[in-house]
Design a protein around this ligand. Structure first.
Ligand code: GDP
Ligand code: MN
Length: 337
């Protein structure tokens, strides 16, 4: 990989135990990760302020910010005032970001034009495709993420509505969870026309990677013949990078990569992560964080009942995606009924 020349570590006075509410010193090997452009600065500030005030100022898990361009000095300075936890700013190696040379650009362009004609969001965007491919197969390989096992993905302009009075990373670890979500929904079919056939081909070729107690019934209403488009919304993720680094996922990603669908179509990291978690992990290793109030426009999850009260949630309980017509939460819960 390329040297990430603008990596810095700030906050020399960092003391993780100082503000830890339970003060047991029992921590997970975990970090926040936030991919952003310099132009996302204000959105990054909003998201970090929210995550810090509702959780991390008591826990001080580190932040890793990533960008395919160097972050500006202004960006780094302004972000650094929001947390006492260590922050590092990483540059993404070119080969992890840009469209590979072996992609047939004629075919990729035709795919973009077709999607633009269908008025699909980001249909004509190459940078969005770079981002989806990076989040699918590369972020967990970044040098700055190598020390960590668990991560919490944050995007610009998201909001956390509730106090979190426990450590979700430790929860993941202690319950052997590998992937978690707050919102699940249906994908736009035209962005992934050949993804499911590719997944089926992969399963036929590599049956050893498919978990017996998987969550196929979350993805399919007919035992795997067709994809019902359900996926977890990946702008929020708390997950185990060892899962993405596993032989199963590495082989799966490489298989998808060589089909070129990140560029010929617009395969999103959300369906890719969701399909992998549903097929290669046990269904009980996927967790719905019902108590994490969260908004990424235009949808939100707002906890109810005791969780709303205990979390001092600042959201409208009637505005929650959970059982609305476009939500897949019911499908997820049926796995356990
Ligand atoms: P949406 O949520 O699907 O509408 O997509 P976003 O625009 O929020 O992008 C998803 C994430 O990728 C956010 O964290 C963005 O800041 C980040 N992102 C998107 N495009 C780029 C890009 O070209 N460069 C960088 N560095 N980050 C990007
Ligand atoms: Mn977003």
């Amino acid at each position: 990989g390329e040297k990430a020349s603008n990596d810095i570590i700030s906050t020399p006075n960092y003391n993780p135990l100082q503000t830890y509410p339970n003060a047991t010193g029992h921590r997970a090997n975990a970090t926040f990760v936030l991919l952003a452009r310099n132009s996302d600065l204000v959105g990054v500030l909003n998201s970090m302020q929210s995550a810090e005030d509702r959780f991390n100022r008591y826990y001080n898990y580190p932040w890793v910010l990533l960008n395919e361009e160097p972050f500006t000095e202004e960006f780094k300075e302004r972000v650094s005032v929001l947390t006492r936890a260590p922050i590092s700013f990483g540059l993404i190696p070119k080969e992890h970001w840009f469209q590979p040379d072996w992609i047939d650009e004629e075919r990729a362009r035709a795919g973009r034009q077709k999607m633009m004609a269908q008025r699909i969001i980001y249909g004509g965007s190459v940078s969005y495709r770079n981002m989806c491919r990076f989040n699918s197969g590369f972020f967990f390989r970044h040098e700055l993420l190598q020390p960590y096992r668990y991560y919490w993905r944050v995007e610009p302009d998201v909001r956390f509505f509730c106090d979190l009075n426990y450590d979700p990373f430790l929860y993941m670890q202690e319950h052997e969870k590998v992937y978690s979500f707050t919102i699940s929904l249906f994908e736009w079919e035209p962005t992934i026309p050949t993804l499911w056939q590719t997944v089926k081909d992969f399963m036929a070729e590599y049956p050893q990677y498919v978990e017996n107690h998987n969550a196929m019934d979350f993805l399919s209403n007919d035992g795997g013949r067709s994809y019902n488009l359900c996926h977890f919304w990946s702008n929020f993720e708390i997950a185990d990078m060892d899962f993405w680094r596993s032989e199963a996922y590495t082989t799966f990603f490489e298989y998808l990569e060589l089909k070129g669908g990140f560029y010929y179509e617009r395969w999103g990291d959300a369906p890719v992560h969701s399909i992998a978690a549903a097929l290669f992990a046990r269904r009980d290793q996927i967790h719905f964080f019902r108590d994490i109030g969260y908004r990424h426009d235009p949808f939100q999850h707002c906890p109810s009942g005791d969780q709303w009260k205990q979390g001092r949630c600042a959201c409208d309980q009637t505005d929650t995606f959970d059982y609305t017509p476009n939500s897949c939460l019911k499908k997820f819960e049926q796995l356990f009924s």
